[in-house]
Design a protein around this ligand. Sequence first.
Ligand SMILES: [Zn+2]
Length: 304
Amino acid sequence: MEFIADFPDDAACLEWLWRTRYAVDGEHAECPKCEQVRVFKKYAMSNRNTSWTCTGCGQHVSPTAGTIFHKSSTSLHLWFYAMYLMVSTRCGISAKQLERELGVTYKTAWRMFHLIRNELMTQDDDSLSGEVEMDETYVGGKPRGREVRTMSQTGLGPMQAGQAAGRKKKTTVFGMVERGGKVAAHVVPQKWQGDAFRHVETRVLPATTVFTDEAPAYNKLGAAGYEHKRIHHAEKIYVRGNVHTNTIEGFWSLVKRGIGGTHHAVSAKYLQGYLNEYVWRYNRRNDRRAMFWQLLVRAAQTTS
Ligand SMILES: [Zn+2]
């Protein structure tokens, strides 16, 4: 397996961090105390506490300081392997699978995922332009019968009562995707228009052609200077020439297939992490081999 060839053990992972963060040649690094480049020697303690020591002043430098690995009781090797597994499949893996693969507890596996998703896979703010599709979707649990009945007492028909009750239990997500380019997806409040619009203004360049469905929430886009084209789903029209939202809907179904089966009620707080992970893979879909290295490089940057 290629992972094992690159990272056979804990020491190899530590050495990689040391060279990536401090010493390209493994020996010469800028000493924070001497404030100049010095020769460092590896100072092996029990593996977790191994650091490198300045031969000029005796200052210790830990390769993990400021990273999500620092002071973790999980070995660096397992961390690296967990990251490798997360980017090696199209849909990622579950904490349950990670528990089995790594032999760590479910709680540990879950915590590793949580940190990787929320600290390393954060979404960037690259501009979207050209043709950009936008859509909102609802992720999460199914309503109970009682909840549907409560909604139908407000005068809604059975179908609408079911949908309305469902939305109450679900988390709203807003997404944008540049055709052939990057996607962005964010948890937004139930009254989502304001937040969604802020995401649009932050990411989508002026004069971009944007595609949405007929929801009134999107009415402002034209006035905001976008070339706005709409598809009328209510009339069962899904594609008219290049007017469609199939790209973002494809992304939604990828996300929902991945998390829908196992997580019936992902809270808004945790859902953002899952979205980050799916967005992260989608945005690097053309270079699967580079994904792992990009994630590692991100991990080598200070997060705290
Ligand atoms: Zn020094």
